[in-house]
Design a protein around this ligand. Structure first.
Ligand code: PRP
Ligand code: URA
Length: 209
C-alpha cells in the first residue's frame, strides 16, 4: 500500500504559496518565496530524522539536548529544483548533494535525462529529492529510478505544487516514497501544466519566460 502524501498546511507555507502562484510576482520575489517555502517544507519532511542525546556547557552549567545523527543527501532535479537547494542547505549545511538533470519535452511532456551525479553509499542515507512541480510525475519517477539504482532506500520528495496525476504515478511506481507538498491542485491541462498551478517554475525562477 502507498505511503500517504503529507500535506503541509502550515499557514506560513500556504501564504507563501499564494505569492508564488500570483502571476504578477517577479523573479526576485519568486526566488525569495521559493527559498522561504522550501525551508518550511524541508523542516516538515525531516521531522523524524534520528538524533542522539548530547549535552553542551551553557554559561550556567550543562544542558542536555539532542544532536542530529543522520546522513542526509539532497538531490535537486535540475533546473527548477535548484531554487529549493539553498534553503535545504541552510538547514543542513553538511548534507551531501546529488544532481539529476531532467527536461520535459515541450510537446509530449515526456522527461529525458541529461545529467546525473549522485553521492556514493546511499543505502543508509535519508535522501530528499527536491523538485517544485509534480505534474505528470514522469520526471519524479525518472529521478526515483536513478536514486534506486544508486542504492537509495529512504527517499522523500519535496514539491511545491502537486497534481493528482503525478501523485498517482509516484504512488504506483514507488509506493514507499513519501511526498511532502503544500497542495494537490485540480489537475493538468492539455499541455500537461498544473492548473491552477503557478506556470513554469523554472522559467519564473530564472526569468526565461
Ligand atoms: C519541470 C519541473 C519538474 C517537471 C514536472 O521541469 O521542475 O521537473 O517539469 O513535470 P512532470 O511531472 O510532468 O515530469 P522542466 O522539465 O520544465 O525543466 P526545468 O526545471 O529545466 O524548467
Ligand atoms: N513544470 C512546471 O514548471 N509547471 C507545471 O505546471 C508543470 C511542469
Amino acid at each position: 500500500m502507498a505511503v500517504p502524501v503529507c500535506l503541509v498546511e502550515h499557514p506560513l507555507v500556504q501564504d507563501t504559496l499564494l505569492v508564488l502562484r500570483h502571476r504578477d510576482t517577479g523573479a526576485e520575489l519568486f526566488r525569495r518565496m521559493a527559498t522561504r517555502i522550501s525551508v518550511l517544507l524541508a523542516a516538515e519532511a525531516l521531522r523524524d530524522l534520528p538524533t542522539v542525546p548530547a549535552t553542551v556547557p551553557t554559561p550556567m552549567g550543562e544542558a542536555p539536548g539532542l544532536r542530529l545523527a543522520a546522513d542526509v543527501v539532497v538531490v535537486p532535479v535540475l533546473r527548477a529544483g535548484l531554487g529549493m537547494l539553498d534553503a535545504v542547505l541552510e538547514l543542513l549545511p553538511t548534507a551531501r548533494v546529488g544532481h539529476i538533470g531532467l527536461q520535459r519535452d515541450e510537446f509530449t511532456a515526456v522527461a529525458s535525462q541529461y545529467y546525473s551525479k549522485l553521492p556514493k553509499d546511499l543505502e543508509r542515507s535519508h535522501v530528499l529529492m527536491i523538485d517544485p512541480m509534480l505534474a505528470t510525475g514522469g520526471s519524479a519517477v525518472a529521478g526515483l529510478q536513478l536514486l534506486r539504482r544508486a542504492g537509495a532506500r529512504d527517499i522523500r520528495i519535496l514539491c511545491i505544487v502537486a497534481a493528482p496525476e503525478g501523485i498517482a504515478l509516484v504512488e504506483r511506481e514507488h509506493p514507499d516514497v513519501r511526498i511532502y507538498t503544500p497542495v494537490i491542485d485540480r489537475g493538468l491541462n492539455d499541455r500537461k501544466f498544473i492548473v491552477p498551478g503557478l506556470g513554469d517554475f523554472g522559467d519564473r525562477l530564472y526569468g526565461t519566460l
